[in-house]
Design a protein around this ligand. Structure first.
Ligand code: NIG
Ligand code: FE
Length: 413
């Protein structure tokens, strides 16, 4: 029977695919639907299920998925990919035993990238960042978060966020922009961290909001960054302006920054190697996402693991990001992070995959993606793999066959 439903006419029908929906209500493992079929219209998913149960569609285009696996588009929920300069010399220094903190205290580290980024023109930053985003897209990323934080004054922070906005306008990717003015103390405020926070609150943040350049506010809560009290003042200002917050927390020591994020009903606490049980309970209570960053853990030769078992036990949603930046994580590959989340942090491949789809969307406050479900955005990746765990299992190979953003074909390998 030819039912006259609204869904019948569709833009694209992908048949003969195994659907990794990541929807727990569909199935316990990857939300898997074998021998599936998915229909898209106007950039959204309008039907999905076993092909044997599919209604008659009138499709403008039909694609045979060749029995491959289809997942939600990947989401890199933590990057610092707009920057100038290189920190290769610091890499050499660290290998002779100088620590990340010591380099920062000597005026290197984040501040070295600040000097290079301040000196760069907007156009230069756009050119280098475009290459980095294209690299992420080539491995299936359809949404990327990009932080400022190498400007550290109003004009240069705005310059970085404008680059992030241009990337969004020019490339087939969604960009979530994060204001990270509280990343480090700029030299002109040396010894006056409270004054710098006041400056961010009274000057930078209102201008960033007025220009509509940020989707959230972040900071670095750490001995070499800002105190919990300072972050709390910045968060209160963000709250007043209607921006959600997130935080680099418990990366090198425990200042209970994650607890602060929970207090502010924030989106995520990121890094978390030194996270306490007490903060985990608060995160669980507020459904704060724990964003784990295996690239920084690896690059800084950190030995203290984030408390994976306790996060699991308390059902804290876990996301994974690349943290792509020139200092602690010079790694432009979310696919590699999937692998390292398993080998370094002992996440299961399914947890890691959830960490770059469903929970990464949560970490950005995006409810319209990260899962294959009717009504969600048609951001999709088609993978030539034989099992869903293969996405996390291999690295240095790219099994992506095709990707779509908003229902539009992006990669066609
Ligand atoms: O996520 N921890 C602070 N911020 C970055 C590092 C930035 C840098 O070293 O340039 C991070 O690891
Ligand atoms: Fe970071």
């Amino acid at each position: 029977m030819n039912l006259q439903t609204e869904n019948q006419v569709v833009d694209l029908l992908i048949k003969n695919v195994n659907l990794m929906t990541m929807d727990e209500s569909v199935s316990a493992s990857y939300g898997l639907i074998e021998h599936g079929c998915i229909a898209l219209r106007h950039g959204n998913i309008v039907w999905l299920g076993p092909e044997s149960t599919a209604p008659e569609f009138e499709a403008a285009e039909i694609i045979d998925g060749n029995g491959h696996y289809l997942s939600p588009g990947l989401i890199d929920c933590h990057t610092h990919l707009v920057f100038a300069g290189s920190r290769a010399k610091e890499f050499e220094q660290r290998l002779t035993g100088v620590s990340y903190q010591q380099i920062a205290e000597q005026g290197g580290g984040i501040l070295s990238t600040v000097r290079a980024t301040r000196a760069a023109h907007e156009e230069q930053l756009l050119v280098s960042a475009t290459k980095r985003v294209r690299q992420l897209i080539s491995e299936g990323v359809t949404t990327v978060e990009i932080k400022s934080g190498y400007g550290l004054d109003t004009d240069n922070e705005i310059k970085m966020l404008r680059v992030a906005s241009q990337l969004k306008a020019q490339l087939p990717v969604s960009v979530s922009r994060t204001f990270l003015g509280a990343h480090a103390l700029p030299p002109e405020f040396a010894g006056r961290a409270d004054d710098y926070i006041n400056y961010l609150i009274t000057d930078s943040l209102p201008k960033v909001v007025e220009l509509d350049l940020a989707d959230s506010v972040d900071g670095f809560c750490e001995g070499i960054g800002f105190s919990r009290e300072q972050m709390s003042r910045l968060f209160a200002a963000a709250d007043e302006l209607g921006l959600p917050v997130k935080l680099h927390a418990e990366q090198l020591s425990d200042l209970s920054g994650a607890e602060l994020v929970a207090e502010f009903d924030g989106l995520s606490a990121d890094h978390l190697e030194y996270l306490s049980e007490q903060s985990i309970k608060q995160m669980a209570h507020k459904n704060t996402v724990a964003v784990l960053l295996p690239g920084a853990f690896y690059t800084l030769s950190e030995t203290k693991l984030p408390p994976i078992f306790a996060l699991r036990e308390h059902n804290v949603p876990i996301a994974i990001g690349s943290d792509y930046n020139p200092g602690s994580s010079p790694l432009c590959s979310l696919k590699l992070m999937l692998h390292m989340a398993c080998t370094q942090f002992k996440l299961t491949p399914e947890e890691a995959t959830k960490g770059v789809t469903l929970n990464a969307a949560k970490a950005l406050g995006l409810t319209d993606r990260g899962v294959l479900k009717v009504g969600k955005k048609a951001d999709l990746c088609l993978w030539e793999i034989e099992h869903p765990a293969e996405l996390a299992y291999t690295f240095g190979v790219n099994p992506l066959v095709k990707s779509w953003q908003n229902g539009q074909l992006v990669i066609n390998n």
